[in-house]
Design a protein around this ligand. Structure first.
Ligand code: PLP
Length: 375
């Protein structure tokens, strides 16, 4: 263990195998997975379509770099632009990288228009956009900043949600929003607030960026959460569920905005490589089907109802739900002992983000296990 850096603290559980909504440790102990690799394994573990696509691609071509056209990128971009209403895509390897690229694209778009003073990025209180220096700069959690300053200049988060609209000005390049904040505690951002932010962005010429890293790929019961609330973003970022665990990130943008990325202005060695694209294409073909999304909404309602017996303030959308308990870490630890994986997001908030393929029987199993743990 000493050979690994300690940034994740000690990790007692060692998982070696997964199937559907269940994971297994080296001794064969079974865990019901309501964490899904932090909202990543949306199709569950060892999904045959993803495994098959990966196996085929691994025997064909894993990597060739972006010096050459990758057909899987074109296929995935066609699907994601059709689903989002945006026009062009850029592929990278993670959520932080997607947001990093979106920061760069927003500033570069302003710069290309000659608006060189328009550099500010505005974000919402309790937002989470990643851990790289750029994405960390737009993640207003002081504990995550400690020892890493100075961060990127000109990033601003007002103290209250009600102040975000006023914070957006002619100097703002972009405002980043999450429709449901995941790491911030599973907070559904009020639709009217989102629309007021969007209107203010239009008024002053700032871009609206929706971070769908956690909410996207069906998590909230729609393929994109922003479409459910009627937003029209200029840029959308994605990652997590997009390839069911194979590292991938994506930035989608209106063509006029995307044009700011001219040849050589941004790039990635691994981004959008054939292996990741094979997995992502397989995932999107399944997770964009109306009956798949309808099932997520149905299971979400059942889970939301079931969770009322374990905590207060049940919130979220689809299968992205949170509850308030007395001590979130203690709750997660007791659940773990009972063979249930959940995560604490804040001192009193517990998050439930199971694979989207769960059935009612998995919710019944969750209830039995949590009750058995005295929760
Ligand atoms: C909304 C959101 N944006 C960005 C990120 C960062 O993604 P990654 O960990 O893939 O860099 C996360 C991760 O939790 C997230 O929830």
């Amino acid at each position: 263990m000493d050979v690994l850096m300690n940034n994740y603290g000690s990790r007692a559980v060692e998982l070696v195998r997964g199937h559907g909504a269940y994971l297994y440790d080296a001794d064969g102990k079974e865990y019901l997975d309501f964490t899904a690799g932090i909202a990543v394994c949306n199709l569950g573990h060892a999904h045959p379509a993803v495994a098959g696509a990966l196996a085929d691609q691994a025997q064909t071509l894993v990597h060739c770099s972006n010096l050459y056209l990758i057909p899987g990128q074109v296929r995935l971009a066609e699907k994601l632009t059709a689903l989002s209403g945006l026009e062009q895509a850029f592929f990278c390897n993670s959520g932080a990288e997607a947001n990093e690229a979106a920061i760069k694209l927003s500033r570069r778009y302003a710069w290309q228009k000659g608006e060189t003073e328009r550099t500010q990025i505005v974000t919402l209180p309790s937002a989470f956009h990643g851990r790289t220096l750029g994405s960390l700069s737009i993640t207003p959690k002081p504990a995550y900043h400690q020892g890493f300053t100075p961060l990127l200049p000109d990033c601003f988060t007002p103290p209250a949600l009600a102040d975000v609209v006023d914070a957006i000005s002619e100097r703002t390049a972009a405002c980043f929003v999450e429709v449901v904040q995941g790491e911030g505690g599973v907070n559904v951002i009020d639709r009217d607030v989102l629309h007021a932010i969007s209107a203010r962005c239009r008024e002053v010429g700032a871009l609206l960026v929706v971070d769908e890293v956690q909410t996207g790929v069906g998590r909230t019961g729609s393929f994109f959460a922003f479409r459910e609330v009627g937003l029209e973003p200029d840029i959308v970022t994605m990652a997590k569920g997009l390839a069911n665990g194979v590292p991938v990130g994506a930035v989608l943008a209106r063509a006029e905005v995307a044009a700011a990325f001219t040849p050589g202005s941004h790039g990635s060695t691994f981004g959008g490589n054939p292996l990741a694209m094979a997995a992502a294409n397989a995932v999107v073909d399944i997770a964009s089907q109306p009956q798949f999304l309808a099932a997520v909404r149905q299971r979400g309602e059942e889970l939301s109802h079931a969770l009322t017996q374990f905590g207060d303030e049940v919130s979220g959308k689809g299968l992205m739900l949170g509850i308030t308990v007395a001590d979130a870490k203690a709750f997660a630890a007791a659940a773990l002992a009972a063979g249930v994986l959940v995560t604490a997001v804040g001192e009193r908030r517990v998050r439930f983000v199971p694979p989207l393929i769960i059935e009612s029987s998995h919710i019944a199993d969750l209830v039995t296990r949590l009750r058995g743990a005295g929760l």
